[in-house]
Design a protein around this ligand. Structure first.
Ligand SMILES: NC(=O)c1ccc[n+]([C@@H]2O[C@H](COP(=O)([O-])OP(=O)(O)OC[C@H]3O[C@@H](n4cnc5c(N)ncnc54)[C@H](O)[C@@H]3O)[C@@H](O)[C@H]2O)c1
Ligand SMILES: OC[C@H](O)C(O)[C@@H](O)CO
Ligand SMILES: [Zn+2]
Ligand SMILES: [Zn+2]
Length: 362
């Protein structure tokens, strides 16, 4: 028996981490699914916890994506193919893969799929976004088309971190960041930090990063020593905070990558911006937010947004394998699959000082 299929004998329990409308985060044991003709059965070896997983658990919704029943979490995953459907051509048992978790319809009649902007597909199945289950489970069936070969030089953890890196790359790409461009990043959570790594690789200079949390700013400095940090105090007035960002950058910002989704941080980003600047919001937050409308208008500031990503995995894999981006230092906590509940406790408790929590299975 190959080592890939031996796992099913050794660990037949398909343990998964789920939430529900009662915010009851729990482990459950599911049947091992059979792959369809164009699907692969994956042994999920590493899954990172995303802020949105915590959100679906604690708040039961992100915008109009609402937890309505039992909902498996996790969409930052990498693993090993253990079985293939009869029509699968690119993978075999034993192959190491990163999972791209947004599965668009891919129909030629779908404008967004046909034109390549498949993150906008209205029929997308995004694993872990209600009503679809997530990949935080031992065994998961995934369409062949949305698996990416994980080079041997990359660990499963790095494979799972390609997902938040994808978010950052999509934002950076659409923001038109240029070599030598001064940049402000708001928020030094995993998304802000991955954005920092990518912006550093892309040649932004100088770079300022903000956060409320001193520990996260210290992590930013460790990752990119040349970054300039601005500590935000709760209750800081947005205009004053904007001035602090300008002082740290040495000029008014022409581009801000906003990675918190918090209203006051978006305001500060706007006040830090020059005439004609772009404030590019990657963070997600409250359904309705106020904006300093006349300030945006009189300074012709573009307020733009990013929703997930398309075509970023191959780029993300190249950037990591070529040594331009090192994702490994982002992982601060590791748990076994059976410790999934404790993993979520660490990811959601600021006192644990976690950046990226990983759930691993051998
Ligand atoms: N657009 C997308 O497709 C996409 C994809 C993934 C995640 N996200 C979103 O990106 C955001 C960041 O994700 P994350 O995993 O880094 O979340 P996180 O909550 O771990 O990090 C957010 C950081 O922002 C900091 N922060 C909060 N208020 C602040 C303020 N006023 N000023 C400066 N910093 C402040 C927090 O201290 C924290 O370090 C979240 O809203 C997440 O849901 C968006
Ligand atoms: O990384 C992808 C994000 O977490 C998802 O888009 C989530 O915010 C909503 O489904
Ligand atoms: Zn996510
Ligand atoms: Zn489509």
């Amino acid at each position: 028996m190959s080592s890939a299929t031996e796992i099913l004998e050794r660990k037949p329990q398909n343990v998964a981490v789920q939430t529900n409308p009662a915010h009851d985060l729990h482990l459950i044991e599911l049947d091992v699914p059979e792959p369809g003709p164009t699907e692969c059965l994956i042994h999920v070896r590493a899954t990172g916890i995303c802020g949105s997983d915590v959100h679906f658990w604690k708040h039961g919704r992100i915008g109009d994506m609402v937890v309505c029943g039992e909902n498996g979490l996790g969409h930052e995953s990498a693993g090993v193919v253990i079985k293939t459907g009869k029509d699968v051509t690119r993978f075999k048992a034993g192959d190491r893969v990163a999972l791209e978790c947004g599965i668009p319809c891919s129909k030629p009649t779908c404008y967004y799929c046909r034109t390549g902007r498949y993150n906008a597909c209205p029929e997308v199945v995004f694993f872990s976004t209600p009503p679809y289950h997530g990949t935080l489970r031992r065994y998961h069936v995934h369409p062949e088309a949305w698996l990416h070969t994980l080079p041997d030089s990359l660990s499963f953890e790095e494979g799972s971190l390609l997902e938040p890196l994808s978010v950052a790359l999509a934002g950076i790409d659409r923001s038109n960041l240029r070599l030598g461009q001064p940049l402000v990043i708001c928020g030094a959570g995993p998304i802000g930090l991955v954005t920092l790594l990518a912006a550093h690789a892309a040649g932004a200079a100088p770079i300022v990063i903000t956060d409320l949390d001193e520990n996260r700013l210290a992590t930013a400095k460790k990752l990119v020593p040349r970054v300039r940090t601005v500590r935000v105090e709760r209750g800081d007035e947005a205009k004053v905070l904007g001035e602090k960002m300008v002082a740290a950058l040495g000029e008014e910002a022409r581009l801000v990558l906003e990675c918190t989704g918090v209203e006051s941080s978006i305001h500060a980003a706007i006040y830090a911006s020059a005439f004609g600047a772009s404030v590019f919001v990657i963070g997600v937050g409250k359904d309705f937010q106020n904006i300093p409308f006349m300030h945006l208008s009189s300074k012709e500031i573009d307020l733009r947004f990013q929703y997930r990503y398309h075509d970023t995995y191959p780029k993300a894999i190249s950037l990591v394998t070529e040594g331009l981006i090192d994702l490994k230092p982002l992982v601060t906590h590791r748990f076994k699959l059976e410790g999934g509940i404790q993993a979520f406790a660490a990811a959601s408790n600021p006192a644990a000082k976690a950046i990226k929590v990983q759930i691993l299975d051998e």
